[in-house]
Design a protein around this ligand. Structure first.
Ligand code: FAD
Length: 460
């Protein structure tokens, strides 16, 4: 089907939902024609909402309570991830602008480093992040469920996911949040991933896809890393989910659970049998082409001699799902040019994402359209940008490279890394940290020890 230009709606959630229903009905997995809103109002798309989330950020109690799950008002997680995911809040900006008591800021910056690490990891390994990289699961006779080739997708409360036993109060409440809000605190992501991959022995890749379908911050980088870690494929030690975490991080939840006196996760799970993969991917240990991984260090033109205004200067800025914010480097560098966003029809048809995710993006685009001319297309970037002279920002994901090879942008602006990827070892967070920063950081420092994180003494 040919690429079509769509007239973006006026800002606002209702308008975005109507736009979604009108243009994407056959491309999303959970539009059921019901009158209920497509997404809860917990997270709203758009730079304005990203700025508000940042302005309201208060890191008090962050170290102690960022893993708190329920009741919700006691959570200290920042909830910034959907805006980080789509480039409305860059990691360097968060690193520089967020303030707070030193201990809390230290801890927050470690979390930003995890995001940076996930991006380095995915930028280098790309599609290989689907393979078990360091350990793989061994079948324990009779215990491992067959690996599903696809997973049917939950439709909010109407059609609960098959992946978790929702008679368990902890799985009912968390899968409800996943399907309704498209967001979970990190702690409950671990519960769900561990329940799926460790206790139920399901293929982590199917669970990862289901998360990706629904999470507003769903990224192959952080999501695949999180699932591999929870399943014990990065370090052989899976995340052991049991009633203990629920009682600690969600006091009172077990008391209201139907299975309170017959809890299937009363005891620690058996560690699933794993074995090291025969030949770990060599890209984990070194990168033969770190410039390809990192993208250009400064704005780079297709023709090395700088284009003159009349000949070869870009006439549009192509923005992508990785970088939809006002601080996108290409948008900043070309404030006079219209922006172009392309919803990738073949990809969306394949992924069948939840309507929530696309609504969030439409809301973001509708707001951007109030600040500068914006074209929105449904099709492929190559068709939408055919014959245009394009400026864009490098994105550290395989999809960008694939599209950029067809679009052939005239100017590529650098990705805003916290620290530019090197060619060194990325097989663990600690090793990656040591390689890039030149000194050690305890892998996942225990919460009370956060003040001892050496990073801030060096990085200040
Ligand atoms: C199974 C699983 C799947 C996950 N899937 C995703 C995903 O698709 N997208 C995603 O952005 N994160 C993912 N994470 C990481 C993490 O859970 C979320 O980034 C975090 O919970 C978002 O909440 P927050 O913004 O309140 O984070 P905060 O705790 O306030 O942290 C601040 C920021 O740091 C980053 N961050 C924090 N923890 C991590 C982490 N472990 N890995 C990478 N970045 C981190 C996020 O950008 C976050 O916004 C996943 C984790 C697990 C265990």
């Amino acid at each position: 089907m040919a690429t079509a230009e769509l007239t973006i709606c006026e800002p606002g959630r209702k308008n975005a939902e109507k736009f979604m229903t009108r243009h994407f009905a056959d491309l999303v997995g959970d539009l059921d024609g019901a009158d209920s809103p497509l997404s809860s109002a917990v997270f709203r798309g758009g730079q304005r909402h990203a700025e508000k989330a940042l302005a309201d950020l208060d890191l008090s109690g962050y170290t102690r309570d960022r893993n708190h799950a329920y009741p919700r008002p006691q959570r200290a997680a920042t909830g910034l991830s959907p805006y980080v995911r789509h480039g409305m809040l860059s990691l360097p900006r968060l690193w520089d602008e967020v303030t707070g008591p030193t201990d809390e800021l230290n801890r927050f910056r470690v979390e930003l480093l995890w995001q940076e690490y996930a991006r380095h990891w995915y930028a280098r390994l790309g599609v290989h992040t689907r393979q078990p990289l360091r350990f793989q699961r061994q079948e324990r006779r009779g215990s491992l469920q067959p690996i599903p080739t696809s997973v049917s997708i939950g439709h909010g409360h109407h059609d609960p996911s098959p992946g978790w036993n929702e008679s368990m109060g902890c799985m009912e409440i968390t899968s409800g949040e996943l399907f309704d809000d498209g967001w979970l605190v990190g702690q409950t992501r671990l519960w769900m991933a561990s329940q799926w991959a460790v206790r139920e022995g399901r293929d982590w890749r199917a669970g990862e896809s289901l998360f990706f379908t629904h999470l507003l911050d769903g990224s192959r980088a952080a999501n695949r890393l999180g699932w591999q870690m929870a399943a014990g494929l990065m370090s052989e030690r899976p995340y052991a989910f049991s009633r203990w975490q629920v009682e600690t991080r969600a006091p009172g939840l077990c008391a209201s659970c139907d299975l309170n006196t017959d809890c299937p996760i009363d005891r620690w799970p058996d560690r699933p049998p794993t074995q090291p993969v025969d030949t770990p991917n060599p890209l984990l240990f070194s990168d033969p082409d770190p410039d390809r991984t990192a993208g250009p260090p400064e704005a780079r033109s297709k023709t090395p001699s700088a284009p003159s205004a009349s000949n070869g200067a870009p006439d549009v800025v192509w923005i992508t799902a990785e970088s939809m914010g006002n601080d996108d480097p290409a948008l900043l560098a070309h404030p006079e040019l219209p922006a172009v966003f392309v919803f990738d029809r073949p990809l969306l048809a394949k992924l069948q994402l939840s309507a929530k995710r696309l609504t969030f993006m439409v809301e973001t685009l509708a707001e951007l359209a109030t600040t500068r001319p914006l074209e929105v297309h449904l099709g492929t970037p190559a068709e939408a940008l055919d014959g245009r002279r394009v400026a864009t920002t490098f994105a550290p994901v395989p999809g960008w490279r694939r599209h950029a090879a067809a679009v052939e942008p005239d100017v590529v602006h650098p990705w805003p890394w916290l620290r530019r990827p090197s060619d060194g070892d990325i097989s663990s967070f600690a090793g990656w940290y040591r390689e890039l920063w030149g000194h050690a950081l305890d892998d996942r420092p225990s919460e009370p020890a956060a003040r001892d994180i050496p990073m801030l003494q060096k990085m200040g």
